[in-house]
Write a protein that binds this ligand. Sequence first.
Ligand SMILES: *Cc1c(COP(=O)(O)O)cnc(C)c1O
Length: 502
Amino acid sequence: MIYVSTRDRMREVPSARAIMDGIAPDGGLYTPAALPTLTHALMEELKPLGYAGRAAKILSLFLTDFTAEELAEYTRAAYNPGKFAHPKGYPVSAPDVDGIAVRTLNKVENMLELYWGPTSAFKDMALQLLPYLLTASMKKCGETRTVCILVATSGDTGKAALEGFRDVPGTQIVVFYPREGVSDVQRLQMVTQEGDNVGVCAVEGNFDDAQTGVKKTFGDPEVRAELARHGRLFSSANSINFGRLVPQIVYYISGYLDLVRRGAIHDGERINICVPTGNFGNILAAVFAKHMGLPVGKLICASNANNVLTDFLNTGVYDCNRPFHKTLSPSMDILISSNVERLLYYISGGDTAYVRERMESLKITGRYEVNPELLREFTGICCDDTVTRATIREVFERDGYLIDPHTAVAVYAAREYRKRTGDDTPQLIASTASAFKFCAGVLEALTGHPADNDFDAIDRLAEYTHEPSPAPLTGLRGKDIRFSGCTTKDGISDAALKLLIK
Ligand SMILES: *Cc1c(COP(=O)(O)O)cnc(C)c1O
């Protein structure tokens, strides 16, 4: 399997190099030159396996520098039941499908619950595995320096990356989060992080300030030289790194097989997939699964009030010249979705000049266009916070099912799609976070009353819904705060160096 830069198809690298570098030197994203095929024989082979076994087989199609034994070892370690555990042990279709659950709501709607990992959001599905892939990639490339992961987060990625990389030999991780932009739970999850190779620092300002400062630090030759003097180098754990995307392809295929196994669909039957989308990583993994041959019809892309993608997928015009909204679903508050660049590569038939032109236009004018005919497999649907709240309430009261605000945006989109089209094809809807992670918004949506603070909200939400709150979230209460530092956007380089080179 050959990887190319989305901006220059002559720039070819093997999978280990793509994962180690994170991003191509020309600013493009590494992506498979062509996608592998999901044969009937392989689907049969996957059927009886647990999640880790399925993941190892699917990864082997993409990560051809790795042996089957290596991938089996990494996936067993990453997806072990001690890390991914459904508190009630239901309704995992088979006991060996390590805690990754599909919950059927009715004849059409099936929820792909991806949040039973250690940080209560779907990002664990990739970030529990990435450290194994990254450290092995470095060995394969002959790189012996310590790898330093620098993360700017709006909340969920930072914690999931910290938890994935904690105490992994040969790695260090530093996370910067906006002081004003995260919930109490998200902040406490990060500043109480355990591990000897981790660092966390607040940034004055919003997510864009943190992101800008981190990007500048990455590209700063003086910082890189200082790191190199201390035997270190930078890499990325954001979804620009292909190592973040490939583990996500697995759960769409595995979810499909689970639906077949329990008789909700017959073998070969088409499904529609609906994903709440921010950086376009999670839905791109569904696109990959479909283009590999999984029987998928429509891809429904759900957005909040930051609806750049809704307009793009429906009209072909990507235009981020619009106001930025802070919403109840903060992990989807994003105007520049970096993984759309990989989509452009495939819909243009691998035309990297076509991609390059559009990315240049985006940089200069904040806008570009593509032929909308190329986007026909998608539907974009968005909703605001009022509709999000109403959906959380409706799903809890009518379906007896508790969802977080990101998932609520997806459920709304999935239902709205059926209303508009009458298409009753079975749906697989990505459920991306525990409602307890966004407890303040969920509690208010359900009861109409806000809570005093997030811990109060966790308790009241558990009481109101009779659902158990995830132990790692309730356990935050008594934990020591390890990282109380705060810096400005321009202080990020110094703060990073201080945390990395003690
Ligand atoms: C990150 C995140 C999303 C968006 O996923 P993308 O891959 O960025 O599109 C949706 N929901 C939750 C809870 C998230 O943490």
